[in-house]
Design a protein around this ligand. Sequence first.
Ligand code: ADP
Ligand code: MG
Length: 923
Amino acid sequence: MAQSRLTADDYAKLTVAKFYDQLQTGKTGLTSTQADQRLQQVGPNTIQQTQSRSQLKAFLKNFTSLMALLLWVSGLIAMFTGMLELGIAIWAVNLINGCFSFWQEHAAQKATDSLKAMLPTYTQVLRDGQTQQINATELVPGDVFLIQAGNSISADARIIQATSLQVDESALTGESLAVDKRAAYEKGEGRFAERNLVYAGTIAVSGTATAVAVQTGMQTEFGQIAALTQHQKTTASPLTAELNRLTRQISLIAILIGLIFFIAAIFFVHYPVAKSFIFALGMIVAFIPEGLLPTVTLSLAQGVTRMSKRHALVKELSSVETLGETTVICSDKTGTLTQNQMTINHVWLPQQIYHVSGEGYVNNGKITANDQAVALKYSPDLALLLRVAALDNDTEIKPAKSSTTKPKILGTPTEAAHLILAEKSGLDLAQLRQAYPRAQELPFDSDRKRMTTIHTQPDGSQVIYVKGALDGILTLCTSILVNGQVRSITPDDVHDIDQANQHYAAQGLRSMAIAYRNFDGQANLPTDPADCTIANTEQHLTFVGLTVMADPPRPEIYAAVEKCHRAKIRIIMVTGDSPLTAKSVATKIGITSDQARVITGDELSAMSDIDLQKAVQGEVIFARVAPEQKYRIVQANQHNGEIVASTGDGVNDAPALKQADIGIAMGVTGTDVAKDAADMILTDDNFASIVAAIEEGRTVYSNLQKFLLYILNSNVPEAIPSVLFLFSRGLIPLPLTVMQILTVDLGTDMLPALGLGAEASEPGVMDQPPRARNAHLLNKSIIWKAFGWYGLIASVVSTFAYFFVNWTNGWPQVALASHGNTYVLATTMTLAAIVFCQIAAAINCRTKFNSVFSVGLFSNHRIWWGIIFEVALLAALMYLPVLQGLFNTTAIAGRDWAFLLCLPIPLVLIEEGRKAVVRQRHR
Ligand code: ADP
Ligand code: MG
């Protein structure tokens, strides 16, 4: 391939033949071998991120936090005042802690980054003369690819053919108005103005086109810009903001307490200044909730990973938190609540009804007339209907490669069902397409809910085929085809059609109308199909019949809906389908009772905002709505104070997805536009996955509270020794040294705390109403539990251990030891008692109401690894001579170990008793 140094404009100007030449490609695209070679040469079509500088910054950040700075300074002071070893130890602890925080952030980043790989963008390319779906990363220059409304464009490309293509180039130009693109060259003003070029990173909002890739990957305009401005914008989530505030407040209080202790130590106990400072530092470090933010980030990221396993990909960590608050879900019907496995099982024609057997997208059934008198071959009406079904259709079914795989649909299930219908009747699609070539199309859109194609018939005349929503099409019909005769449509005909439709809709079936029109010259219908528009073409139609489709609810929907009801989350169905079908499905799967109010799109347009806000408070279903109207429904709910999750898949769903607190796009059937606008993407398009994500969201929040409870409670036993020391005016020598406080706070507590962040959903999280938006992470109940219950118990136990050691060594006959073996042993035991109380706390914090034994004592491995680490660290401090000196620790006797190892048992049992009482009271 000629390594071209042509500018975009050069490419745009070349004649098509020269252009193909330049890229060594052609109308039918590349061969697979060529494409592979080029991929080797130019590399994958991806935008690379360079992050090295920000990495270093992120690393250093962990050593410049308020607490880190405090520790640096304190270490320095210790070194210069003759406590060299202490100084080094403080610095070492600080260093280890910073690295640990960095690791946590890094792990969180990795978890979120890996999500991107789980959501590939696909492109339809022509290779070996065939349409194929490939991962957009495999696109190479010279590839001929197709663009459809809703696609994001994966390469800089020149358009060869386009039908009313409009592209949103705001990602490049900042201009939000979509621009028209066409095949003919036209230089426009400024950059990116060539009419026949499209650019990577932009989005097709309407129309279709065929284009040839010119540049891929970092060579694209988007890649060039991205290379210049490598920054990711991150918005602080409310939770991070709250945590920052919390950390700052607690830190201030801690410093204040430290100051008081500092002054008191100097004037009250007559401690030297440097020693007083180090002493006060212990208090400050004990209270500053260090490690809070990285742990929170990591557990959010772990939540994200767990969600992805349940088919929900979240783009930003903050969504995890919003998910937990969700109060209303506005959900599509087709494909989200139902399987989107359309099977046409009836064909209704005036005075003829056919039954269609067989399931799915394989030609395994046949059409039989209900009425024996009507034989298939004698029904030209049916033949026409089948032709419209097959030809007014943009979908392709690729047969299954083997008996174990499913046929692949390039297009929509609704259209696939129509193709299968035609095949079941014995039509040869390829032959049909050749006999009736398509001259023009007026593509489907969710607003008018129909599509039209114009075909040249074998006799050379042309014909218009229309299929779509019945209500819209019926008003456009002026005549009807009955038993081979076209006549004017009468009110009786309309009544019959309505009756049939209602009959099917009441069973949850959806019907679609089929109509046609000859080139009759009426109402200024142009003679050239190229001049046909929606306005002049879709009228004076002749009604042919209905295709009736079944789309069964997804089997897991019933349980998911039930879960939402228990969790006090309301579901509002918003569908483009007919009111009757919508209601029948909603009632069947338990979303609403049959008393629910059904509001149609037309009624919605006529409604005031205030009426709408009132309406959405009750049981309500929206049917025949256009995607744009979803926006209002979301807004009305938000106005009522609801936290709204809303689903969407189409181009026009984007505003609603952006407006919703959680915009949810369909990963399988969704357009790139919808995925782009959404906060969360469902890889299986399944409503049940939304509910799973909400459950995970709630779990993450409750885990954070468990984690907070755990790290806060140890502050009390860490502080009490210093308080005893002060209030006894030094008579009680410090039972816990500063280094020992640091050990607990920055050492032994770390891993079990992390384990709590990864706790699985506690039974019952979905049996409670959503938490209020203004609820605080750190609430009164947690503070009370941390300080007045867990913390108190640990303080009593550790203080007991301290005095017990002294008692066995002669106290109160001899004074409490302030140095020597007894003192070291006493502080060691105080430390060990705190650590073992924390082991009990880690187990106790795992559940809020439930018994730990009911969720499985050993079900969270991380907790147990954390505990093992904790004990190992403690043992190292006791038995490694280097550490003994630094941490004022010593080896303990077997009897002491026995006491410690038994200690958590009563502590867990006492807490189990309390939880049992709470559970009893709740009942
Ligand atoms: P939902 O909101 O349930 O997902 P859709 O937006 O997919 O429904 O479809 C709305 C209506 O548009 C359908 O009830 C059907 O009548 C019509 N429709 C859907 N797909 C097509 C199509 N490919 N061609 C013509 N009409 C269609
Ligand atoms: Mg839809």
